[in-house]
Design a protein around this ligand. Sequence first.
Ligand code: HEM
Ligand code: HEM
Length: 291
Amino acid sequence: MKDFAHQVFFWFLFFIASVTIVAIGFRNFDFYTLSFEERPFHERYDELKPSGIESHGYGIIGSCMIIFGVSMYSSRKRIRAFKNFGSIKYFLEFHIFLCLLGPVLVLYHTTFKFGGIVAVSFWSMTAVALSGIVGRYLYVQIPKGIKGDELTVKELEEKSIELYRELIEDFELDPVDLRKIDALASPKRTKSVSIVSLLTFFILNDLTRRGRLKSIVQHLHGKSVDTASIKKIIAVANERIKLLRRVHFLEQVKNLFHYWHVVHLPFSIIMFVILFIHVGVAITFGYTWIY
Ligand code: HEM
Ligand code: HEM
């Protein structure tokens, strides 16, 4: 997918998800904020109770989104015949869209009432979706090629040398500024850092990088470099910092990502097993929605 088309598609999905979440929350706000004792007296109780036509529908649609979101990503990742169906990056984005919106619809299905054994399914789903956010953050720290396959340290180092050359040759950047840029890419210690310090370093580095690059911007302004060039220099510097950071910590991040699956995968399985029991019980008791 071309970059522009991809951006449009991404924002389209973001728009759909936000509008759906806000519209349902807004539409049924007065019901969700009532106490459980008062709810049966609400005029739309029959539609909005978990087995009612509207909330039951949210449960079914949300669950289908999750099931589809997981199976299409897994198929693309694991089945050889699907390897040429486009970049895995886009499949992951769609997995995230379906598996973020799906759980919110399921939340509306429960009407914020978490009773019985199915509550275990709900909390497992919540754990999976929240852990997904951490997983996605780690996932992007492992550099990939255009097709989504992982790059080797050698390929990364070559890319970072390219950026270094660009800064020296195209922009004639001062060695002092270059040293400042490189210093931003690694903490004092790179060997045997704990998981917590590793994550703290990455997150703080992301949050404070802009501010810390300001001294270089000021220096360039002082040397009367024009604003457009400064913007380009900062973009290249940012890219180099992220790349160097990834080279330094590639193995640690890969290990961490490996352990992350220990939360994401088993909780998904618990969620699905209890979901299937829940659906089986619902159908047995005659809750067949519109069918
Ligand atoms: C991950 C997906 C799902 C989760 C976490 C979930 C969770 C829940 C929860 C917490 C309740 C409320 C229990 C209570 O009243 O305290 C509920 C009720 C209900 N759910 Fe689901 N649900 C899911 C998907 C589905 C699906 C796909 C169906 C459709 C077959 C369904 C059908 C029902 C029905 C009929 C009730 C009402 C049961 C009653 O009033 O006795 N649910 N669900
Ligand atoms: C209820 C919701 C979710 C379920 C049931 C779920 C389930 C799964 C499963 C089973 C996989 C492994 C696929 C495979 O290796 O074959 C996976 C991968 C992944 N999920 Fe989710 N997921 C959910 C939500 C999310 C969310 C909300 C995010 C991010 C915000 C996310 C991020 C990821 C990432 C980054 C991977 C890639 C792992 C890899 O390829 O190594 N997931 N998910």
